[in-house]
Design a protein around this ligand. Structure first.
Ligand code: ZN
Ligand code: ZN
Length: 265
């Protein structure tokens, strides 16, 4: 399998996950042009995509969905609640008929040779979901926009080879920063975003010897920066009750503005 972050951050998200034969995007929250540029690096054309899996209807996850799907007609998969949200998002324009396919969390489905396992996440959207994808004994997951995590999430992220994991904010930067109070409450709440610390703790729970690629993503532009997210998560792993040391991890931080390296596993 391969995974590549085309863009990840509070301003726009689009992650590629694929096999030799099947090519998927998780979210299309950046412009068509930027999605195309990312796919070009992967040597894939827009019309070769087999599906776009949408996590939820917030604009940083669907911004480019209208323009991109009108051009390439790639099928879109999302929960009924997210589809509702996509349809009522006027900025997207009209989507091609029959392009939206409802899925159910915890019900696996197959696209080409990839098995997709959508899981429920705690976030302030209609019916948000994360995605685990498996092919030929390998597994990857995209887990962002998590207000909290629990045993259910840990189970969904077990035995992965690669993960794109949210490390949204530094709690102290958020607390002293310029965001209005209600927004701070929202981000810190159970249906908001995962802090760097919680991201590190979740990682401790899912670490195993074969988790070879860890990508921290969905960083807040105002309340986080790459080095801080990286060091905080690393420290949590080192201090955590597990046999791993933070510096041994193959971990990187996804960039909001540029395409990541292509991870192979
Ligand atoms: Zn969101
Ligand atoms: Zn988001």
């Amino acid at each position: 399998m391969r995974m590549c972050s085309i863009a990840s951050g509070s301003s726009g998200n689009c992650i590629y996950v694929g096999s030799d034969d099947t090519h998927l995007l998780v979210d299309a929250g950046i412009s068509k042009k930027r999605i195309e540029a990312g796919l070009e690096k992967l040597e894939i054309k827009g019309d070769e995509l087999d599906g776009i899996l949408v996590t939820h209807e917030h604009s940083d996850h669907i911004q480019g969905l209208g323009v991109f799907s009108r051009k390439y007609g790639v099928p879109i998969y999302a929960t009924p609640g997210t589809i509702e949200g996509i349809k009522s998002s006027s900025s997207l324009g009209k989507l091609p008929d029959g392009i939206l396919h409802p899925i159910t969390v915890d019900e696996k489905f197959t696209l080409g040779d990839i098995t997709v396992d959508p899981f429920a996440i705690s976030h302030d959207a209609n019916e948000p979901s994360g995605y685990r994808m498996e092919c030929g004994g390998k597994a990857a997951a995209v887990a962002t926009d998590l207000g909290i995590y629990n045993d259910y999430i840990v189970k969904k992220l077990e035995n992965l080879d690669a993960v794109l994991l949210e490390a949204n904010h530094d709690v102290h930067m958020l607390e002293v920063g310029g965001y209005p109070y209600h927004l701070k409450r929202r981000i810190l709440g159970d249906r908001g975003h995962l802090s760097n610390e919680l991201s590190g703790r979740l990682l401790c729970d899912i670490l195993h010897d074969n988790l070879k690629h860890i990508v921290l993503g969905h960083l807040s532009k105002e309340n986080n920066y790459a080095k801080l997210a990286y060091e905080t998560v690393k420290l949590e792993v080192t201090l955590g009750d597990n046999p791993y040391k933070g510096e041994e991890l193959n971990m990187q931080v996804a960039n909001r503005d540029s395409v990541s390296e292509i991870l192979m596993f």
